[in-house]
Design a protein around this ligand. Structure first.
Ligand code: 3HC
Length: 285
């Protein structure tokens, strides 16, 4: 099956990044969020990102205009009826995702593929909420989506082989490097990466040193492009906690216990860049 029309559910950090990469690759994209202001914010982020690429000679002005012309927006789900592929990038809540997939299943054409960008929820469970479980798959992008090369393709227990092949080919067409993994708690990247971030939070909690120093030693000593606490702020502390809880409960293994400080930060609403404060302050930036 050839994918031409793509729907993206969610215009937040991940959703607008996903919409941008599909639109830049020539796909007709419909981006949806629940409020006009969320859609407008997502679109304005895409414009800024594309303009930055033009100003740095990474994209021609005509290509930017063409990409923007490929993006349409809505606050409804009904217009997704003509989409070949729908990528869901809504909030990371199980009940919300299951409800969304039930609705999308009722709206989307029978041959359409439904993908989720979930960072840790079982794709097998999401697939089981639909009447087309063989056409449900994980398409896990990484933040910042326009920059990060990987798409982790998550094969649910029910996903059909031809659907995996279609999504792998589509991942390549949008300029990414896809890798297929089986559905499991945290898949591969988050299972390895997020406990490392959680451990950095524990180092801070135990008072080993200051946030700046934790990040500095990991950049200098492990050659990471950014420190784990700055990365936590980029990803969102609520998402980090979510992934840790999924690993902790899923594997029933204490090694995945979320850091008490991480829980406190989330309780305080210090979620990282998106709220202006996390382990670092972004309000004055
Ligand atoms: N959106 C679009 N482009 C961005 C961007 C953003 N938010 N942030 C940076 N960029 C672009 C810049 O414009 C720049 O482009 P250029 O080369 O054309 O000038 C390029 O990325 C490099 O940016 P900078 O020079 O400003 O800074 P760095 O070289 O430090 O790179 C970084 C920034 C790409 C964010 C780098 O620090 C990095 O790779 N960090 C690690 C990110 C990471 O690990 N992400 C995965 C998170 S896990 C996840 O998302 C999964 C989820 O389920 C939790």
């Amino acid at each position: 099956m050839e994918i031409k029309k793509v729907g993206v559910v969610g215009a937040g950090t991940m959703g607008n990044g996903i919409a941008q990469v599909f639109a830049a690759a020539g796909y007709d994209v419909l981006m949806r969020d629940i409020k006009d202001e969320f859609v407008a914010r997502g679109l304005s982020t895409i414009k800024k990102n594309l303009e930055r690429m033009v100003s740095r000679n990474k994209m021609a002005a005509e290509a930017k205009d063409a990409a923007l012309a490929n993006i349409h927006t809505t606050t409804e789900l009904a217009p997704f009826a003509d989409r070949d592929l729908i990528v869901e990038a809504a909030l990371e809540e199980v009940s919300l995702k299951l409800q969304l997939f039930r609705e999308l299943d009722g709206i989307a054409k029978p041959e359409a593929i439904l993908a989720t960008n979930t960072s840790s929820i079982s794709v097998t469970k999401i697939a089981a909420a639909t009447k087309r479980p063989g056409q449900v798959i994980g398409m896990h992008f990484f933040n910042p989506v326009p920059v990060m090369q990987l798409v982790e393709i998550v094969r649910a227990l029910q996903t059909k082989e031809e659907v995996v092949a279609t999504i792998e080919a589509t991942g390549k067409k949008i300029g990414k490097t896809p890798h297929v993994v089986k559905d499991s708690f945290g898949f591969v990247v988050n299972r390895v990466l997020i406990p490392m971030v959680n451990e950095a939070v524990n180092c801070l909690y135990e008072g080993l040193t200051q946030p700046e120093d934790i990040d500095a030693v990991m950049k200098l000593g492990a050659n990471h492009p950014m420190g784990p606490l700055a990365l936590a702020d980029l990803i969102g502390l609520d998402i980090i906690l979510n992934v840790m809880e999924t690993l902790y409960q899923g594997f029933e293994d204490p090694k995945y216990r979320p850091s008490p400080l991480l829980k406190q930060m989330v309780d305080a609403g210090y979620l990282g860049r998106k709220t202006g404060r996390g382990f670092f302050d972004y309000q004055s930036a």
